[in-house]
Design a protein around this ligand. Structure first.
Ligand SMILES: CC(C)(COP(=O)(O)OP(=O)(O)OC[C@H]1O[C@@H](n2cnc3c(N)ncnc32)[C@H](O)[C@@H]1OP(=O)(O)O)[C@@H](O)C(=O)NCCC(=O)NCCS
Length: 162
């Protein structure tokens, strides 16, 4: 498996894969040629023998200079459980660290127990909130559009080794 930076020509494949891998239509402005162009250092693909089997999309926060944010990760269902999600995250951590970031943030929906378990294994802590949903702390209306989210934070260690 190799992890490589996305380029704009990957966009078409990623758009189709996202619908297939998410289990329903997946829509985000970040899955677009312009986003990949302007944020390509933090848009990564996993490939097995030339086939795209996973991707991660994030950014370096412009307003929080210590932080990087992961927007979405997806792995082809046929390739899950083989360490691809971990490799994508760990490569993102290395990149973010080498670009001067020490804190990684991301979120998921309170009902997404698989995603919560995955992030726990990757060393994220769940930020405390005033309310819980389904037994997990949930930031109510996180996105301002009614979406509640579990908020993850990871402080990168071994920064000096990156
Ligand atoms: C979440 C997702 C990216 C994980 O990818 P993956 O390649 O299967 O994950 P990995 O094999 O690298 O697993 C990494 C670790 O997480 C753990 N893990 C992964 N999925 C898990 C699950 N469903 N339940 C419990 N633990 C899980 C693994 O055991 C592994 O632990 P370890 O490395 O300490 O042994 C993948 O399931 C996916 O694409 N899901 C749909 C999209 C999604 O939900 N994205 C996240 C929401 S933003």
């Amino acid at each position: 498996m190799i992890i490589r930076q996305m380029n704009q020509n990957d966009c078409e494949y990623i758009l189709k894969a996202a619908d297939d891998w998410w289990g329903g239509h997946y829509s985000s402005d970040m899955l677009s040629r312009w986003y990949i162009h302007h944020f390509r250092e933090t848009c990564l693909l996993a490939e097995e023998n030339g086939k795209i089997v996973g991707f991660i999309i994030g950014f370096l926060s412009q307003s929080e200079p210590d932080e990087a944010y992961i927007r979405i990760v997806m792995v082809d269902p046929a390739w899950r459980g083989k360490g691809i999600g971990r490799s994508l995250y760990e490569t993102f951590f290395e990149r973010a660290g080498s670009l001067g970031r020490s804190v990684i943030r991301c979120v998921t929906a309170p009902g997404k127990k698989n995603s919560i378990a995955f992030h726990a294994r990757l060393g994220f802590m769940i930020e405390p909130q005033e309310q819980e949903l389904g037994g997990v702390p949930a930031f109510i209306n996180y996105d301002g559009r009614g979406g509640n989210r579990v908020v993850f934070k990871k402080v990168l260690d071994n920064m000096s080794e990156l």
